[in-house]
Ligand binder design. Structure first.
Ligand SMILES: Cc1ncc(COP(=O)(O)O)c(C=O)c1O
Length: 384
């Protein structure tokens, strides 16, 4: 199989990740607990080491500010529902994944918040549009870092500055950028950073993280309570991070894999990994420009792009058909449809069928991409 669906989840993982998962599962897969037996302590140490590694990689304020979650959706819900209060105004964008759009929409429908959805242009947000949307009741701005349909990288540093000046909190969805775009939390005014472990950080599915910065202290509440492996005598959830937000047994095997993936990414450097993927996409862009029948959705600016690109199919053939033929006849995996981001497809005019999203990963090769474009040419000539 030629796997070009890395924006959904990365595959394959680096060999060191498989080895770390195997080793951890065989030796340390106990329930982490600070007051427990040696295996429990070893599992807890794995969590601690991963928090330190994340904090160093993203230059966060402290290791305990890294909360492990199930995935990016879990982290985003934790952030949004944790800080929102009755009567708040929230700003978001039309680029967002449903993991941001749906919780916000539900809060709006329920009358808890008012919501402004800022429109992107060519796949990019203009920070000045965010400034204009700010109001006296704006508590939260939630935007993606790299748009999952278009692969365009947003100016989070400029947006963060505006949000901070206005005294609001900034939540960044780094699902498509963590591991391929450098994020420095000392300089970027980001208050909460959410991402999965299973995409650009090359961990397994079932794990993610939320960074909760100092400006959230006293403002974020847990949306689930439960055991934390620590002081069980208290009837209330502990107030200290990360336990405030981490009720229940964490996916410590997933965290072990995430830590190994992070280590691999740090050694290869995010920007080098991004450039590898963008160089592969340039082959697709060149083919599209020559084809005449196909179109690229959004602006193609390689310097501000991650390894995801949406193609608009020619008249008379749907993205679903193309993806099914690629799968069954050519053994190529891509993702057709709306990619859980309906607002941007409405803005692009590609709703409801969507686009074909092609997303190479660290192990994809030019030969695989050439096979992909040749297959598209064959499919198009057979149908049109
Ligand atoms: C931009 C963006 N945000 C959030 C998510 C949700 O990630 P997860 O499936 O890990 O919850 C995705 C997944 O594709 C995404 O691309």
């Amino acid at each position: 199989m030629i796997y070009l669906d890395n924006a959904a989840t990365s595959f394959p993982k680096p060999e060191s990740v498989y080895q770390a998962l195997d080793r951890f599962a065989r030796t340390s897969l106990a329930n982490p607990g600070r007051a427990g037996h040696r295996m429990a302590v070893s599992a807890e140490r794995t969590l601690d080491a991963a928090r330190h590694a994340l904090n160093q990689f993203f230059q966060g304020d402290a290791p305990e500010r890294w909360v492990f979650t199930l995935n990016a959706t879990d982290a985003l819900n934790m952030a949004i529902k944790g800080v929102i209060r009755e009567g708040d105004h929230v700003i978001t964008s039309d680029l967002e994944h449903n993991s941001v759009s749906r919780p916000l929409r539900a809060l709006e429908e329920g009358g808890t918040i008012t919501l402004t959805r800022v429109a992107s242009r060519g796949g990019y947000l203009d920070p000045e549009d965010i400034r204009r949307a700010m109001g006296p009741r704006t508590r939260l701005v939630a935007t993606t870092h790299a748009a999952n349909v278009l692969g365009t990288v947003q100016p989070i540093e400029a947006i963060g500055k505006i949000v901070r000046e206005a005294g609001a909190l900034y939540l960044v969805d780094a699902a498509q950028s963590a591991g391929v775009v450098a994020i420095d939390l000392r300089t970027a005014a980001v208050d909460m950073l959410a991402f999965p472990g299973h995409k650009g950080l090359y961990g397994p599915t079932g794990v993610g993280a939320l960074y909760v910065g100092p400006r959230t202290d006293g403002h974020i509440e847990p949306w689930r309570e439960g055991g934390t492996g620590g002081d069980s005598s208290s009837p209330a959830q502990p107030r200290q991070l990360p336990y405030l937000l981490e009720g229940g047994t964490p996916n410590v095997l997933g965290v072990a894999g995430l830590a190994a993936g992070l280590d691999w990414v740090a050694r290869h450097a995010p920007d080098a990994l991004r450039k590898h993927e963008v160089n592969l996409l340039q082959i697709v862009v060149d083919w599209v420009n020559e084809s005449g029948d196909w179109k690229i959705a959004g602006r193609w600016e390689p310097a501000t792009h991650v390894g995801a690109l949406s193609l608009v199919t020619p008249e008379g053939i749907t993205p679903q058909d193309v993806a099914a033929i690629l799968d069954t006849s050519f053994e190529i995996a891509v993702r057709p449809g709306l990619h859980c981001a309906p607002y941007i497809h409405r803005a692009l005019g590609t709703f409801p069928d969507g686009t074909i999203r092609v997303s190479p990963g660290a192990f994809s090769t030019p030969e695989e991409i050439l096979k992909f474009t040749a297959s598209l040419a064959e499919i198009t000539s057979g149908v049109l």
